[in-house]
Design a binder for this molecule. Sequence first.
Ligand SMILES: C[S@@+](CC[C@H](N)C(=O)[O-])C[C@H]1O[C@@H](n2cnc3c(N)ncnc32)[C@H](O)[C@@H]1O
Length: 282
Amino acid sequence: MSARARSQQRAIGARSEVQPKAEKLELLDTAFELTEFRSFADLGACWGVDGAYTFHAAELCGNELERAVIVDGHLTPLTRERAKEVPNVELVQALLGSDEALDEVGKVDALIMYDILLHQVKPDWDRFLLNWLPHTDALIIFNQNWLKTPRTIRFVDRGLDWYYENVYVWEDDWNTRDRLESWFKRHNERDADGRLERDNHWYWQFGIRPLELVGLLARNGFELVYMKRHRHAFGRSRPWIVNDGLIFQRAAYPELGAGGRLRAAARSLAKRTGLLERLRRP
Ligand SMILES: C[S@@+](CC[C@H](N)C(=O)[O-])C[C@H]1O[C@@H](n2cnc3c(N)ncnc32)[C@H](O)[C@@H]1O
């Protein structure tokens, strides 16, 4: 981790419940170098970290920061307090997939999507991404990607026991089996916004296969320019869940058709995860 990222981690995390993660700060450093963003929106910036990644990205831009937009369904008090101290930071309290969020953000150089993609239902994660693409030229994604099944799946479709065995990564005072059971029992109830509890974005909803994510974006003109995988992010008992940091940029493989972009994306992903090397080994 760079010295700057280290001191940011200490300073920004000082009063928050969750310390900013070094790998997420570093991903921002790399994205800043690669894409030279000067405006960005941080979608789902608040829980636990109170906008830490926004303020780190703003610091990277320094005096050249044009706009930083924090979007969240719940803007925490500390996020609001910090935003007052940094010029050009805007706050939007809205559902991340709503027209209101899309309109308020408008066009920015980069979108930060940290720990939010697998939570998105209606619009589901893939439609959610497509809706946001016209609003940016770069995506900085950190997602709990899924390797256990050959295709992307919706977790709740598999039932409570399966969810508990395969997906539920925390067992602590708050995240108990009872709590999970109670959520499953309430699946057909509606929340204050009229949405079904089953679709609640506070729970993990989709197991997203990384190649499907990369393929979707390649087919829609976004090239994977950087990827770092953090294995065993949730312990050795859940090796099928990996934290992937990914950076995509617009105008990928402009000379190729959709098939070519997809093959190039698959090659690029295989190379970055070491799969290509393993396949080639006699
Ligand atoms: C798991 S936290 C991640 C926080 C931070 N980005 C990080 O990486 O530590 C998800 C955040 O996104 C917000 N969020 C996720 N999905 C949302 C949605 N569909 N509408 C509104 N807010 C959402 C939650 O309120 C929460 O603040």
